[in-house]
Write a protein that binds this ligand. Structure first.
Ligand code: ADP
Length: 217
């Protein structure tokens, strides 16, 4: 479970991006975050992943206070979370395979196990044939699939995505949304920020909306 307990976030020199947020996300839930640009959606996702720390309040991920973790606890959090964030671009001078392998190298996986896992992840996103390709030769939708394979290669229990279909044409967006929903159907907790909640709301998603850093009722 993920719990926001009176969480506020103020960036240095900025105004409050999140204000006294109270939210619980249950294990296995599909949660869609809606809200205008600048509402605080990315900030909320970054707090779960400990890419930012709250200014006040607590963010608990499976009981771990991720704003105040010890350094030794970070790898544990990283292994349980898969991230598809806007700024986490692919390495364009590495193959698809190497891009997906990267998180496993970081987490110290044995090479033989890691290589097998990369192949499983690429199969899951429908890119089994593309492991030797360079990302630049792929379409936008295929590149997003590589980013998703990289996010799931550690078999996380929680998958977080920030506007994963924002720059895709509608047909690709529907394919990518279906892929995310398949991970949710397999039991993964899925949390997405999106402008298009119609990709998820007919499939049992809970929609919460942020406006100016506050949750709308
Ligand atoms: P959204 O994802 O809904 O567009 P964000 O979480 O990106 O919203 O931003 C919320 C607010 O925090 C905005 O006012 C934005 O300008 C501000 N903000 C986001 N990141 C930073 C940062 N690194 N430094 C300063 N202000 C930021």
């Amino acid at each position: 479970m993920i719990q926001f307990d009176h969480v506020s976030k103020r960036y240095p020199g900025g105004h409050e991006a999140l204000i006294d947020l109270e939210l619980e996300i249950r294990h296995g839930e599909l949660l869609v975050l809606a809200g205008h640009s600048g509402a605080g959606k990315s900030t909320l996702l970054k707090l779960i992943a400990a890419l930012e720390a709250p200014s006040s309040g607590r963010v608990l991920v499976n009981g771990l206070d991720v704003g105040r973790m010890r350094r030794s606890q970070v790898p544990y959090l990283r292994r349980s979370l898969g991230l598809v964030m806007q700024e986490h671009r692919l390495l364009m001078d590495r193959t698809v395979f190497d891009n997906v392998l990267l998180p496993l190298i970081v987490s110290g996986e044995r090479p033989s196990d890691a290589h097998a896992r990369v192949r499983v992840a690429l199969e899951k996103v429908g890119l089994g044939e593309f492991e030797k390709a360079m990302p630049i030769t792929l379409s936008g939708g295929e590149q997003q699939r590589v980013a998703i394979a990289r996010a799931i290669v550690n078999r996380p229990s929680i998958l977080i995505a920030d506007e994963p279909t924002a720059h895709l044409d509608p047909a690709y967006a529907r394919e990518i949304a279906a892929l995310f929903r398949s991970f949710h159907a397999a039991g993964v907790t899925l949390i997405l920020a999106t402008h298009d909640d119609t990709l998820y709301s007919p499939y049992g998603a809970r929609r919460v909306e942020l406006a100016h850093g506050r949750l709308l009722a």
